[in-house]
Design a protein around this ligand. Structure first.
Ligand SMILES: [Zn+2]
Length: 220
């Protein structure tokens, strides 16, 4: 999960006097464009079966007043949307550098993803719980869909580690470019790639400028 930037222009279908649709074609188009057709939770490319997800649950008793609010709408895959409970308010990815706040690491030996936050509060804890459920399954037991997602993540990360090894063995421009291409904002699982590089000072020195994405960089 990384920071998301959404267009400032609110899709017109959300601005009508009596709004009764949060997933109009213009909303779908804007979110697909803003999020590069990726689910904001798992960072996997969505197919045409994506869903419009409410960051704060629209259900009665939660935040029904935000049902048609642009800032509350995100593109999600059905898998992630189905795993996010109504009472789970998570960090808003449009106002937080999620990739800096929550570490994303993959342990290829134990076949599990680990997430840690820089400090503990409810929003960070809920976000980590959700990511854990998405990538590791409920109670660390993945169902079939969870296993497919994990395999996709594993394949992408193993491929990325191969590129890094090639570059470490031969730091040519060609090998560097392959890594840069793999870090484009249109690519999947960037938060995991981010932490692989961040954990290695030499790689971080070479590639941090290619991992700015949507981040708001704080100048001290
Ligand atoms: Zn997803």
């Amino acid at each position: 999960m990384i920071r998301v930037v959404k267009s400032a222009d609110i899709p017109p279908s959300l601005l009508v006097d009596i709004c009764n649709s949060y997933d109009g074609q213009d909303v779908q188009k804007a979110l697909v464009d803003d999020q590069h057709q990726k689910c904001y939770l798992c960072e996997q490319k969505t197919t045409k079966s994506f869903q419009i997800e409410h960051l704060k649950a629209k259900a009665t008793g939660y935040f029904p007043g935000l049902k048609y609010t642009w800032s509350n709408l995100f593109l999600s895959c059905p898998y992630c949307n189905g795993r996010k409970p109504n009472d789970f308010t998570i960090l808003d990815p449009t106002s937080n550098n999620i990739e800096d706040i929550i570490s994303h690491r993959l342990n290829l030996t134990s076949k599990s993803a680990t997430f840690e936050s820089i400090k503990n509060d409810d929003l960070q804890d809920n976000t980590i719980s959700l990511l854990d459920k998405i990538f590791n399954g409920k109670n660390q037991l993945r169902d079939i869909k969870g296993e497919i997602l994990y395999k996709d993540l594993e394949r992408e990360i193993v491929f990325f580690l191969g590129l890094l090894n090639d570059y470490k063995a031969l730091p040519s421009q060609e090998n560097k470019q392959k890594i840069i291409d793999s870090l484009l904002i249109t690519k999947e699982f960037l938060a995991f790639k981010y932490w692989i590089i961040k954990d290695n000072p030499s790689l971080y020195n070479d590639f941090s400028s290619y991992m700015v994405w949507n981040k708001v960089v704080l100048v001290e």
